[in-house]
Design a protein around this ligand. Structure first.
Ligand code: SAM
Length: 654
């Protein structure tokens, strides 16, 4: 496979243009999607090429073009000077990644990282969780800062209209805020990396070649910075090649190796199909690109920096880690990155490229004995992500929601003979109408309770503090499993922290269902119990203030109510959540949400993505039953075997 356009990630580069140009815009983006999704990159760059423009568009385009030019210059200079070392560096005085946020902004429990006693996989998970926590907090702070500065710049220009607004202009130009100027907001993801460097929470801070423990083939990332946070990628958030510089030659453990030496490459594949023959790759080196996204060469490539490093991988027989970018509408820069494992750099050569300039090519061959490529797994083992419902094998129902949800939820059954559809009535919200703290529409960790704006708030439908009320965002499928009955998966990539769905059903008093023995669809609304850590329940992390000031949490409640007063019974009626199974290593977490009322005993129950979830991976949360806590009608302890398949499976559901 030939992999064009892997020299520089122009989309990443362009993203910085947009962000620097107008902070308020970025904030808007961040608000809408959580991660800056880069969806306006094309809109920003392509106008350069468009002939028909309005006057405003032409002006806007000039600004963008100038900014792009500046970024390109900065990028080139950086590339020349830095030899790829620490391109994202908190120590650099002129670093565009200065944090500029109050140091007390990160006091919450979500910013703690304790890797003691954790295995490699858990360390990766925890580090990514921390990345998300920092990211969302920083995005929120940026939003506040930019809003404040724009407001003060505006009022300054109002106050001094006759001075040619020089004061206002200077305010606008220089910006009073820490860590950025008005109109020069920085990307929260880059700031997040800086924060993680400062707090020494990058998982593998030292560059090293080879596989990194806990990072598995097929793991997906929303942004390059997530990979930087782990150490999978290091220095550069734009370059396609990350390498160890000549300074490593002085280290004893690298005696005998020639440096620079490449550790990872990013292939910015444009199409899913690119990966079909992905065991064998011809990779184009770096340099000589016009950096404008045309993919065209505008000069000769040289055998320096990353290109020289890859040559040394051939000479030293050192493999590189390969990361592929795939288009995705849910992600920063419109891409999701997948770690595809280690590749041997077999050989290299120089040739005249299509534009007549010299390019370096490297043949890469995937090392044997690694887990199969996930894209192949998706295609051949798990079945490929269908384009439409008619492609589904074993289809037993077109839409279990009966058009109640905006996106249909098909059900498939390749297990039963004859195949049967799931039973039960569908309902999008809890029957008996019951009814915050979102950071950019996402949550990275369960809080005691999240307060959302309700229907009586004047904020309107577009309010970001109504995230859980906006219906399904992802395409789900209910499918039959051999050992767990029905299960749910998504056809879309689900970014960490996204609301997935609510758990709906009939709202019941717990005492009324206590005599019902066989109902596997009861969800205790145990928000109060988890808030105050009753009955051995794990106390959810959250702001203590909310807990203590809550009108429905008083001392008597604490004493009396170790059993939740209410529950949601989805046995007969419910939505897609009733088919979501338990896992001892879950990819979802449970969150209590209050919106139209303040009674925590009747909170809504939402499921959120605990990590980046690739398409077709089964969705699951931890049911959280303490072993021995479920009794039958005679009071005997009931047992149920767990078939979640997690490495650390507890073997019993209850
Ligand atoms: C809320 S329902 C989930 C959907 C269910 N699988 C179905 O077919 O409708 C909960 C029930 O699913 C099954 N289940 C969920 N997770 C399981 C697991 N990890 N291992 C075994 N059974 C599981 C158990 O029967 C459990 O009582």
């Amino acid at each position: 496979m030939n992999s064009p356009g892997n020299v520089v990630d122009v989309e990443e580069l362009a993203a910085t243009v947009v962000v620097r140009r107008a902070s308020s815009r970025v904030v808007h983006k961040v608000k809408r999607t959580g991660f800056y999704d880069g969806s306006d990159i094309d809109n920003e760059i392509s106008p350069i090429k468009k002939r028909k423009r309005t006057k405003t568009m032409a002006k806007k385009t000039t600004v963008v073009a100038k900014s792009l030019e500046m970024n390109i210059k900065m990028f080139r200079k950086q590339g020349e000077e830095e030899d790829n070392e620490n391109a994202i560096s908190p120590s650099s005085a002129s670093s565009p990644f200065d944090l500029g946020v109050p140091s007390d902004a990160f006091g919450g429990p979500e910013f703690k990282l304790d890797l003691n006693g954790k295995d490699d996989k858990e360390k990766v998970k925890e580090t990514l969780r921390l990345f998300n926590a920092y990211y969302l907090r920083i995005a929120q702070l940026e939003e506040t800062r930019c809003g404040r500065e724009h407001k003060s710049a505006k009022s300054a220009s109002k106050d001094a209209p006759n001075k040619g607004s020089s004061e206002a202009k200077s305010k606008k130009g220089k910006g009073g805020g820490k860590g950025g100027k008005v109109g020069t907001a920085m990307r929260p993801d880059l700031k997040t990396v800086t924060k993680m460097m400062q707090t020494k929470t990058i998982l593998f801070p030292e560059k090293q070649f080879g596989a990194l423990p806990g990072i598995e083939v097929g793991q997906q990332f929303l942004a390059r910075c997530e990979m930087v946070a782990l150490g999978l990628l290091h220095g550069h958030w734009i370059n396609g090649i990350d390498y160890m510089s000549t300074s490593y030659a002085e280290k004893e453990k690298y005696k005998g190796y020639t440096f620079p030496l490449a550790v990872s490459i990013v292939i910015s594949g444009q199409y899913e199909d690119d990966v079909d023959n992905a065991d064998d790759v011809v990779y184009t080196g770096q340099g000589g690109n016009d950096l404008r996204g045309s993919g065209q060469q505008s000069g000769n490539q040289k055998l320096v920096r990353g290109n020289l490093a890859l040559k040394h991988n051939v000479d030293n027989q050192v493999p590189v880690r390969v990361i592929r970018g795939h288009k995705s509408k849910n992600s920063l820069c419109g891409k999701v990155y997948t770690y595809d494992g280690l590749y041997k750099v077999v050989n290299y050569w120089a040739e005249k490229g299509l534009s007549g300039f010299t390019v370096y090519k490297y043949r890469l061959k995937r090392l044997e004995g690694q887990s199969p490529l996930t894209t192949k797994q998706v295609t051949y083992s798990r079945g490929h992500v269908p384009n439409c419902i008619s492609e589904l094998r074993g289809l037993v129902c077109d839409d279990i929601s009966g058009k109640e949800e905006a996106i249909p939820i098909p059900a498939t059954n390749l297990v039963d003979d004859p195949p049967v559809p799931p039973t039960g009535k569908f309902n999008v919200s809890c029957i008996l109408d019951l009814h915050c703290v979102y950071l950019e529409g996402k949550l990275v960790i369960a809080k005691s309770v999240v307060y959302e704006c309700g229907p009586k708030c004047s904020c309107g439908d577009s309010c970001v503090n109504k995230t859980s009320q906006n219906g399904l965002k992802f395409r789900f499928e209910v499918f039959r499993t051999p050992k767990k009955g029905w299960a749910v998966r998504s056809w879309d990539f689900i970014p960490a922290g996204s609301p997935v769905c609510e758990y709906t059903g009939i709202l019941m008093r717990t005492e009324d269902i206590n005599n019902v023995t066989e109902n596997n669809y009861i969800f205790d609304i145990d928000c109060l119990q988890t808030m105050i850590g009753l009955d051995g329940r794990e106390q959810r992390l959250g702001d203590a203030a909310a807990t203590h000031s809550h009108p429905h949490v008083d001392t008597d409640d604490k004493k009396l109510e170790s059993v939740p007063e209410f529950c949601i019974d989805a046995g007969q009626v419910g939505n897609v959540a009733r088919f979501i199974n338990h896992s001892c290593d879950p990819n979802l977490f449970v969150q209590c949400v209050l919106s139209s009322h303040q009674n925590v005993k009747l909170a809504r129950v939402m499921l959120f993505a605990a990590e980046n979830i690739p398409p077709l991976q089964e969705l699951a949360y931890d049911y959280g039953y303490p072993i021995g806590s479920v009794l039958d009608a005679e009071g005997n302890v009931r047992e149920m075997a767990c078939h979640c398949g997690a490495d650390k499976c507890r073997k019993r559901l209850f």
